[in-house]
Each structure stands twice: as C-alpha cells, then as structure tokens.
Design a protein around this ligand. Structure first.
Ligand code: ZN
Ligand code: ZN
Length: 726
C-alpha cells in the first residue's frame, strides 16, 4: 500500500472491544489521512475500506501549525461495517528515515461516531469509540505565555520597560514631554507630546537607546515626597502633563521612581530592582499611533508608542508567532474575504448582516444546537424581540441595567422595550399556567436575539455588537434538582463544544459576593450543588471567591482555540432573584405553593461571537461539515457544463453543498476554489464526461485521482460524519 503524502509517524491501532481484533499498522501524515500499511491476517476484507475511504483523519485543529495546535484522531466507519462499538488505542512512533519535521503533538484524544454516515444528522450521536494517542516526545511543547495576573515579575518588567522607553525618548528627543505610560495586556505604552512624527525607523532608534539603558544596569529607586515637593520638581523640569497627573493622584505621600540619577517619573510601582534585570531580547517596540490626551478628542493629539515585554526571549518569540497567527485569522478580514458577513456603517454599527455563506454556517450551528437541546429534554421557544417595558421594571433591569438598553418606544400610549435579555420572556411562559413539582425540571431554550447598547468605540467585528442571538436557556427546578441539572448542562456543553472541535476548557466556579440576595442557606446549598456537579463531571476548576452575581453562584467556562487563546463562551448561573421578583411558584407534593430555582445558561454565548471564534479557530478553513461550499465542480471547457450541472444536482440531492464555477481558464478556477478554501474540487474534462467520473483534489488530502460520483459522495459523507477536514 502506498500513500501519496509524506509519512512521518506510524500508529498502531489495537481494538480492544467488539468484533474487530488484531493489530493494524497505519502510516499517518500529520496533516492528512492515514493509510493502512499492513493488515493482520485474521482481519476480513472489510478493512480495505480504510485505505479507500477517509480512514483515519488526523485533524490538526486546524491547521496543525508549528505553533503547536492540538490534533485529534477520528476513525470513520463505512456503511458496510456493523455499528459495533469498540475502543482502541494508538501509539504514535516516529518512522525512521522520515524527512518531515515532527509535528508538536501532545496529548490527543478524539472520537468517532461509529454510525452509518447518513444517519448522523437524524439521531442522537453518542460517542461509541475513543482513541487515545500518546506521544512520548514532548520537546516541542507550546510555550505557555504568562500574564500580568499570573506573574508579578512580568508586571514589574512591563512597568519598568515603559519608564525606560520614556527615558530613551526624552534622551533622543529632548523636547518630548511624557504623559502617561501604563502596562497593558501584552506589554506597555507611553504617550508623548512631541513635534517630530515618529515612524518605524525611529522606533528602532528608541529601542537601541533602551538597550543601552538596560545594559548600564541603573538601579530603580523609590522616593516619597510631599505634594509640594513633587510640584516643585515637576515645574523645574517643565512637564505640564505631569502636573495634571499629580493633581489626579489623591493619596499621599507621592511616590517618585528614579532610574539611577538620570530620569524620574511619578509612579506607584512596582518595578524590577535595576534596569539590567530586563532582557533586551524579550522587549520589542511595536507601533506608534495617535492618541488624544485623556482620550478626549478636544485635547491635543499625542503620539503613543506601544511595546511588548516578556520574561524571556522565548516568550517574546512565541508571542510574536501568536500575534502573526491572530492577524492571519482575524475574523473581520476573513469575513470579508470569504464573503461570510458584514457590519455596515449605513445600517448602524454593531448590527450584523449574515451573507449567504455565513448564513449556511449559522444554519448548521442552529440545526445542531436545536437537535441536541430537544434530545436533552429542552422545550424550544420563540418569543418576541420587543415587549412592554413594564416587564423590565419587574425584572429590575430598568434599575440596574438601563444604560445598556435601547431607548423605549411609545405605541398606543404604552412604552415598549427592545429586549436586552430573554429571561423575563421565558418566565412569562413558565407563569402561563400553574406548575406542579411533577412538571419540574422545566427546561426552555431559545436562540433569542437581544439588543444592547454598546459605545461605538467599543464595537469590534462579531465580538462586540449591538444586536446578537444568545443560545439561551432557562431551567426551572426544585432545589434538590440543581446538581443533576447542572451536571446535565455540563454534559451538553461538552457534547456541543467538542463537535466544533473545542475540547480544552478552563472552568471557574464563582461564589457569593458581598452584596447578594437570597439566604446564606440557599447560597451554600446551591454552591455545593455546582461543586458536586463539577466534581462528578471530573473537571478541574478554580474558585472565584466572591465572583458570583448578586443573584446566585455561577460556573463560567472558557474554551481554548487552535492557537491557545481562551474565549469565554459558556455560563451557568443559579438565580434566587428573578423567581422572587416574578413571584414564580410550583405546587409541592403537600399542595403547598413554593418557589422554584431558576438557572440561566448559555453554551455558545452568542451565535455572532461564536461564529467569529469559529472563523478565527479554523482560520476560515472550515472542516467539511461546516464549509459553506463543500465541493466545487470545475468544467475544463463549456462542453462539459451539462455533465457538471448534472453532478451538482445529484450532490445537492444528497444534501451536499456543491456548486459549479465556469467561464475561466482551469488554472484560474482552481485558484479561486483555493482562495475560497473549498475543501473539495472536482475537475471535469472530456475524459471525465466519457467515463462519468470526476478528477478530485482536496484541500487537506491532496490529489485523489479520478473517482466516480458515488465515491466522491461517500468521501464527503465520511468526512462530514467524522467532523473531518478532507
Ligand atoms: Zn512605574
Ligand atoms: Zn437568563
């Protein structure tokens, strides 16, 4: 058996359960398919599907960048193989003489649905097999970047770097006046008032000067002075901005930090002991931009230099790789390039237009979401986008959330409100009849569109918008049901997120804040129930003491994307407040009226934001099942168009999103399909028409040669079933 891609890993799969026995050796390409190298003699011929179909897809989730994205292995089964569940394990070993560089695989886990492809869409998917892959070589482990929160040392480095940069600027440009210079998420900045407009070349010059300051290892000295003394010194060096900053410092004594005897600034610290403690090779000046003094456009325009600073050179390099990757993945650019969505200034900021291709992806997300929710016993709802404002008086939103709400509108002497949340609407449905304890838990779910006011300056692509659709659900239950309900939500969350390729989570459990509603007793019980559910699930989590909402404890979950960024998506919140405000009731077994517990939860967060995350996670290169266009048929000349149209029609009849593009040279057509990141393209010339075949090329599996239409269908369906790339 040969393979048409580079082989650099060998895997051995050992089924341990079911009717498949023996050992099979695979050759595995880090970016491609697996092909069987040899069969154990006791296996029947059915194994041959392995080499013919997409057998094992090593899914770099995606793409398997040198930055160390995770891979997962998926094993597909064709219709001809029985649905017997099996478990197996694969060890990956380097093959001797391999010329390709080994990918930075770490601990991988994947799963296969192990069911007939066509049935995947219709019924519940339960993972029937699991494959564990262990790689011994961990030398290429991803550099974990520290944050200002995780490393105080890093914070000191950034703080100090900002001062050193300001000193360097004033050394080179004596007329430059310094204003403010804080540390930020990935580094620091400083604003300067100066005549000369700075450019990239100047940044190099400034960095060189910074290096000199670092090399001279000046001590950083802290000095406490009175307000008057600080004022006197500032006037002496003629720095008017510092005077304004001094005025805004309310506490005393005033602290000044000196770099040797060369330079000083007002600052509360902390810093490193001396400039030599910084690593020159871990600091970089990034950009220069205009910024108004105090962020007010009526003030003078200043020049802001952004820099980044890290503990080690290795960290800086890793950050730069990540930054480049993030740029390449920016959903706003990809959304335009791939024609997925737009936000149009004419229509208003923060309002999303889903274009045909984006809408297809949304449809797929919604479809999967709805099916899973019905399977998990949720009732799906549709409720209005607008309703009487009184609802928001009862809920309390008009008191504490008003600045985030759109203005009200008057209709027939009543005030109406665009909804900023779905909760009161779902409560209305709960309240529409008297509920018995037998009706609980009552779970309702809605893809509910909400509108919230956000300042225009804070809007950002799909990540921060003014209108968005939450994947919202509310569970009304008995206090004794909290734990099981939360556990169910955790299971559903994992099931849904892993279908989209997100398998690594960071979980927080937030407890009672100082200001809170509800008795201590109910808080304790609910918090314990959340904790039990998490322990039961076996997930690691960290406590955020006092980080809960005033109305109840909560669990927040962040997902990790292909380049290691974390995104907050899912949230599960217990609410003791709204049931009280809306006077929610159920009748218990002794016919007493009692108050149910309410749980708010979202898994994806919002469709808009989740779509943005998906675009960036996949760099627009969606796996087959999510690709807006799965196959593009390309006729070499117009003579092949009728056959191509017939093929498109057949593929579409099988729910495959296929289209034809013609009217250009073949090279251009292929290029177009590549630019559009279409996973499969099929070229049709006179030979293909004669033999009723297609010559297929896949985005992640290379050239597949000439296949019948049925073979192409099987391949696409296999990939969809496996959530595969090819
Ligand atoms: Zn400082
Ligand atoms: Zn809610």
């Amino acid at each position: 058996m040969t393979s048409n891609f580079k082989v650099n890993l060998m895997g051995i799969v050992t089924p341990t359960k079911g009717n498949w026995t023996g050992e099979q050796n695979f050759c595995v390409a880090p970016h491609g398919r697996a092909t069987i190298l040899q069969f154990s003699p006791d296996l029947d011929n059915e194994w041959s599907w392995f080499s013919e179909l997409v057998s094992m897809v090593f899914l770099p989730s995606p793409p398997c960048a040198a930055s160390g994205s995770r891979c997962s292995a998926l094993l597909c089964r064709p219709k001809s193989i029985s649905a017997t569940a099996y478990k197996g394990s694969i060890s990956l070993l380097p093959v001797k003489g391999s010329r390709t560089k080994r990918p930075p695989l770490q601990q991988h886990a994947g799963s296969c649905r192990g069911r007939p492809y066509a049935a995947v869409q219709e019924s519940a998917i339960k993972t029937e097999s699991e494959i564990q892959i262990n790689v011994e070589d961990e030398s290429q482990k991803r550099v974990v970047l520290p944050t200002n929160e995780s490393s105080e040392h890093l914070l000191r480095i950034r703080h100090t770097s900002a001062h050193i940069m300001a000193m360097a600027v004033q050394k080179l440009y004596p007329n430059a006046q310094v204003t403010i210079g804080p540390w930020i998420e990935k580094g620091f900045y400083y604003d300067f008032d100066m005549e000369e407009p700075l450019n990239e070349k100047d940044l190099k010059k400034i960095k060189k000067e910074m290096d000199r300051i670092i090399s001279r290892n000046f001590p950083l000295k802290r000095e406490e002075v009175s307000r008057e003394e600080a004022q006197r010194r500032i006037k002496e060096i003629k720095e008017p901005y510092k005077l304004e900053i001094l005025q805004s410092i309310k506490t005393e004594p005033i602290t000044i930090y000196h770099i040797g005897d060369e330079w000083w600034d007002l600052c509360a610290g902390p810093h490193v002991e001396s400039t030599g403690k910084l690593n020159k090779r871990a600091i970089e000046l990034e950009t220069v931009a205009g910024a108004y003094w105090r962020g007010d456009e009526k003030n003078k325009m200043l020049q802001r230099i952004y820099g980044t600073a890290w503990e080690t050179e290795e960290q800086l390099k890793a950050y730069q790789v990540q930054k480049e990757e993030a740029k390449r993945r920016d959903h706003r650019c990809l959304g335009q390039d791939l024609d997925l969505f737009s936000v149009q200034e004419d229509a208003g900021g923060g309002l999303v237009f889903w274009h045909p291709k984006g809408s297809i992806v949304r449809l797929l997300i919604e479809d999967l979401w709805k099916r899973r929710h019905v399977q998990w016993g949720y009732n799906l709802l549709f409720t209005p986008h607008v309703a009487k404002a009184d609802l928001w008086k009862t809920s309390g939103h008009l008191d504490f959330y008003r600045e985030n709400m759109f203005d009200q509108m008057e209709i027939e002497n009543d005030l109406y409100q665009l909804r900023p949340m779905n909760c009161p609407y779902h409560i209305q449905i709960y309240k529409s009849r008297l509920r018995s304890y037998r009706d609980l838990p009552f779970r309702v779910a809605e893809l509910g569109t909400v509108y919230r006011y956000e300042k225009s300056g804070t809007l950002h692509g799909l990540f921060r918008v003014r209108g968005f659709t939450q994947d919202d659900a509310h569970i009304f239950c008995l206090p004794t049901q909290i734990k099981d309900e939360i556990r169910g939500v955790l299971d559903l969350t994992e099931e849904l997120l892993s279908e989209f390729g997100f398998k690594k989570y960071e979980v927080n459990l937030s407890t009672k804040p100082e200001k809170a509603v509800g008795s201590n007793d109910i808080w304790e019980k609910a918090t314990a129930a959340l904790k039990e559910a998490l322990d039961d699930k076996g997930w690691n989590y960290v406590y955020d003491e006092g980080g809960g909402a005033f109305y109840g404890p909560k669990i927040d979950l962040k997902i990790e994307d292909a380049i290691g960024r974390k995104w907050q998506c899912s949230t599960i919140q217990v609410d003791f407040n709204l049931p009280e405000r809306f006077n929610l009731l159920y009748v218990d077994s002794a016919t007493e009226r009692r108050q149910p517990i309410m749980i708010h939860r979202a898994i994806l967060g919002s469709l808009e934001r989740f779509f943005g995350i998906l675009i960036e996670n996949y760099a627009g290169d969606f796996p087959m099942w999510l690709s807006p266009v799965q196959a593009r048929i390309l006729p070499v000349t117009d003579a092949e168009i009728p056959y191509c149209e017939k093929v498109v029609k057949r593929l579409r009849s099988l729910d495959i999103r296929a289209e034809m593009e013609s009217g250009e040279r073949l090279g251009k057509l292929i290029r177009n399909a590549e630019v559009q990141k279409i996973p499969l393209m099929a070229v049709v010339g006179p030979k293909e028409v004669d033999t009723q075949t297609l010559t297929v090329r896949t985005r992640h599996g290379g050239e597949l040669g000439t296949l019948t239409v049925d073979e192409v269908v099987a391949r696409i369906q296999a990939s969809v079933a496996c959530r595969g790339l090819v």
